[in-house]
Design a protein. Structure first.
Length: 592
């Protein structure tokens, strides 16, 4: 049997036809049937007449010679909607039947005719189903073409052959809008498409293709290319591989133009970068504003404190000097008066009764012995007042506002003098011991007043840290607050049992690489990590309202780091004690 379509191209060729005509199926398929018959020199077949009959759709019988064999042909056309779809030729080899009688031939012919009619009926039914299938396939093809034409993507099939070359069996017409290349151009020469791809992306694209071919996983990528007109574009490709015969791999997938999305992403990244830059600038500006605020508050604070200290020092110093200057005269006058009294007692050992009575009432002997001691006490007290006034003046350094060589040990001592009352024993703890480990350090170029303020802030924090560790009950606290002002000698306090822990502050100074180092270590508990990370931030405080503004350590940090170009750090000793380390250059160039 041979089947050929409306264009006379052979589409079916069974094994019997291959034996009869000595043509394998692979050789016959795709050839025109008339050309193949001419090759086999079927001379007695009226081929043109036979073709005409086939076109007209009339069933006729032809007898011809195929090689040295005699054959009978039965051509059955298959129609669909009035048009011939294909023709089925049934060929019977009658070479061996030439010796039979006409009656035998007629009988065989009738039998064969019945069989042929039956076969033809079955073939017509099959061809009807085939025509319906062909129509359904045609409708599917139309539907696919419609989808391919309207879907916002390029549909394609890409084949990687076993020998390494590649082809594009199918690509939708949308490729021309994306790549500016027609589907026919890409199918004929896929290299034209690949040559448009960015060189850097091409390497990763080929690597992804090889990996997909080896593992049969999806082949997805995003890559750049430049169209023939010079437009830069981005596409996203997604496909799935399937193994084919002879080691080939076929991918079916789609390509989407994502140029607009990439441009939007680039614009978004620029906006984010600009926003981050603006945020960074705002943070820097806010930080500067905070620092400026701290400096302003510090300046106002130091100015007010300086004026207050200057006023107090002046007000105290004047009467103190007056008392100090007159105590010497009083002492002289007192000694003279006592000498005179002793002379009277020597020359008039027996005074009258009135003088004797007054002498007894005044306890003249006791007064004479105690009066010099009283004058000495007054002199010590006035000297103490003068020392405190001097410490106040040295601490504030109102007359030394610039950068000048300064003895930092003197600044530490002046600060300790002013904090003496805070170091004394309280109802909840014994006195805080100050341990000094000073090494010889040359005069340091610094702003003495601000540096002293740093010492004051850190020492106050150290004292507060020790006090908080031994915080008493509310009743004890109230009693402690009512004890009064600073006194030279400790008052009598209730007998209590102190918590057995050391209460001391260690001051160490030494020189390191042309820098003066001051370490202040206290015996209080270590600072928690979350607080230590923020304790130099302006206005950050852990103290209750009214007991701290959160500016002491922030001002200290700015004073050391910004003003003195030094360093202020917090650390812990091996025993867990809190240590603040101050480093400032010994010699500095004043700012212009």
């Amino acid at each position: 049997m041979i089947e050929w379509d409306a264009d006379f191209v052979i589409v079916g060729w069974n094994a019997a036809a291959a034996t009869l005509f000595s043509f394998f199926e692979e050789e016959a398929l795709g050839q025109r049937i008339d050309e193949l018959l001419r090759q086999r020199q079927i001379a007695d077949l009226e081929i043109e007449d036979w073709m005409d009959c086939s076109r007209s759709g009339v069933l006729r019988e032809h007898v011809g010679i195929g090689g040295k064999k005699r054959c009978r042909w039965y051509n059955t056309p298959f129609m669909h909607k009035g048009q011939r779809v294909s023709t089925l030729s049934t060929i019977i080899d009658i070479t061996c039947q030439t010796t039979l009688s006409n009656e035998e031939l007629r009988a065989q012919l009738q039998s064969r005719t019945q069989m042929l009619k039956h076969t033809t009926s079955r073939l017509q039914l099959a061809m009807s189903d085939r025509a319906q299938t062909h129509e359904a396939l045609h409708k599917s093809e139309i539907r696919f073409k419609s989808i391919a034409a309207n879907v916002p993507a390029v549909l394609y099939q890409f084949c990687l052959h076993a020998d390494g070359h590649y082809s594009v069996p199918y690509i939708s017409a949308a490729c021309e809008e994306v790549y500016e290349l027609s589907a026919e151009t890409i199918q004929q020469d896929p290299q034209q498409l690949f040559s448009l791809i960015n060189a850097d992306d091409r390497l990763s694209l080929e690597l992804g293709m090889r990996q997909s071919a080896d593992s049969l996983v999806s082949w997805n990528s995003e890559h750049r290319f430049v169209t023939p007109s010079g437009r830069s574009k981005w596409v996203q490709m997604a496909s799935r591989p399937q193994p084919m015969a002879e080691g080939n791999t076929l991918w079916s997938g789609m390509i989407i133009d994502i140029t607009a999305r990439k441009q939007a992403e680039a614009n978004l990244q620029k906006s984010e970068h600009r926003l981050r830059s603006q945020t960074k600038q705002l943070k820097a500006t806010l930080k500067k504003l905070k620092h400026a605020q701290v400096k302003l508050v510090q300046s106002e604070k130091m100015s007010s404190l300086g004026q207050l200290v200057a006023g107090i020092a002046h007000e105290i110093n004047n009467p103190a000097n007056f008392i100090y200057g007159n105590l010497e005269h009083i002492g002289g006058y007192t000694q003279d008066m006592l000498k005179l009294i002793r002379l009277y007692q020597a020359h008039y050992p027996t005074p009258n009764s009135t003088i004797q009575t007054l002498t007894d009432e005044l306890e003249l002997d006791y007064v004479a012995s105690d009066l010099p001691k009283l004058l000495d006490s007054l002199n010590s007290g006035v000297e103490r007042i003068r020392t405190i006034v001097l410490s106040l003046r040295n601490f504030s350094r109102l007359d030394e506002t610039g950068l000048k060589p300064t003895d930092i040990h003197e600044g530490l001592e002046n600060t300790l003098m002013l904090l003496a009352s805070r170091l004394n024993a309280t109802i909840s703890r014994p006195a805080i011991k100050i341990v000094k480990a000073y090494e010889k350090i040359p005069s340091v170029d610094c702003y003495a007043s601000q540096l002293n303020q740093v010492f004051m802030n850190i020492l106050l924090n150290a004292i507060d840290c020790i006090d908080e560790a031994d915080a008493p009950s509310d009743a004890s606290t109230q009693h402690d607050e009512q004890r009064g002002e600073f006194q030279d000698e400790p008052q009598t306090k209730p007998q209590i049992e102190y918590i057995q822990r050391p209460h001391q502050i260690v001051l160490q100074t030494f020189k390191k690489d042309e820098r003066a180092v001051i370490q202040i270590t206290n015996s209080g508990p270590p600072i928690p990590e979350d607080i230590a990370q923020r304790m130099f931030d302006p206005f950050f405080t852990t103290k209750s309202v009214g007991k701290g503004t959160g500016m002491g350590l922030a001002i200290s940090y700015q004073t050391i780091v910004d003003l003195h170009k030094g360093a202020l750090e917090y650390t812990q000793t091996a025993e867990g004690k809190t240590t603040f380390i101050i480093e400032i250059p010994i010699s500095q160039v004043p700012p212009s």
